[in-house]
Design a protein around this ligand. Structure first.
Ligand code: SAM
Length: 285
């Protein structure tokens, strides 16, 4: 009888702790010019995409991240028409934004074509949306794309990898200043901002640079429970150009009219996501 040893994957959160699960099968492994891509079939989390050995999403809980990075700014904005997604090559964010059928345009700029192709083939529950004709998918660098453009989008969603390599500049003040310019008058930008439990520096880099670009009182974070991301609590940094804080500008009428079947986001979560524990408030200053 053949003996198959168990295969366990660990994402290290520090030199001394991490998150571990058992893998059924490795479905795909390859390297693009930018990063290594793996698709795993797992016992507990369904299909999992790794980029450079870090979990991008799992089939089981991806809905939390993708709903919260999309619907919260979309329902906070006043009559949004044009949306820009930067990164998000797996397609989960595009899938959620596409649910807002009233939008005029959805543009996505993802730097790595192989992430797009891999997701379409191996994780169609997110990747399928990348073939939607309403999505204008551009393979290119989001940092370059936002340069020298003015007042084009109501919402910019930065669905990036961690601030290394190609994504490093997506956390910089120059990038956020360009995003401010590319936003229309009442525009909103949201970015995945890591976690404040294991290492607050990445989140604060996003927040502080957004503050420099948008102003001290026009930036905050909101959070969501994502079991397979480090610490289980994920932060999103958000900055706005208008006068109203996004927690106070939920469009109830549009929400009820669209009648979306969502698994995480709802009107109460829209407000509650901005309520932070004391130690997170302290970090934010
Ligand atoms: N939810 C995610 C996480 O856990 O970090 C992010 C997912 S999504 C796969 C991140 C995408 O950002 C990747 O496909 C990566 O190629 C893309 N990306 C990184 N730097 C970029 C840049 N400068 N311009 C556009 N896309 C970029």
């Amino acid at each position: 009888m053949a003996f198959f040893p168990e295969f366990w994957f660990t994402e290290k959160y520090s030199g001394t702790c991490g998150f571990t699960f058992k893998v059924k099968q490795v479905l795909y492994t390859d390297k693009s010019e930018l990063q290594r891509i793996d698709i795993l079939e797992t016992f507990d989390f369904g299909r999992v995409m790794l980029l450079d050995g870090l979990i991008m999403f799992t089939e089981r809980d991806e809905f939390v991240y993708h709903e919260m990075i999309s619907h919260l700014p979309l329902f906070a904005a006043e009559e949004p028409k044009d949306v820009l997604i930067i990164g998000g090559g797996d397609g989960g964010t595009a899938r959620e934004v596409l649910k807002h059928e009233y939008l005029n345009s959805i543009t996505q700029v993802e730097i790595d074509k192989l992430v797009v192709e891999t997701s379409k083939k191996y994780t169609p529950f997110v990747g399928e949306s990348l073939a939607n004709p309403k999505l204008n998918l551009i393979i290119g660098d989001g940092i370059e794309f936002v340069k020298d453009k003015k007042s084009l989008y109501d919402i910019v969603i930065v669905d990036s990898t961690d601030p290394f390599g190609a994504a490093e500049g997506l956390f910089n003040v120059e990038f956020y200043s360009n995003v401010r310019e590319i936003l229309k008058d009442n525009g909103i930008v949201v970015a995945q901002a890591e976690n404040y439990y294991y290492d607050k520096r990445w989140m604060m880099r996003s927040v502080n640079n957004m503050r420099k670009a948008f102003g001290e009182d026009k930036v905050t974070i909101y959070q969501a429970s994502i079991p397979t991301y480090p610490s289980g609590t994920w932060a999103f940094s958000i900055a706005w150009k208008g006068d109203t804080h996004p927690k106070d500008s939920f469009d109830k009428e549009r929400f009820e009219k669209l009648n979306l079947k969502l698994k995480y986001y709802n009107p109460e979560i829209h407000k509650a996501a901005f309520v932070l524990p004391n130690y997170a408030r302290e970090i934010l200053g």
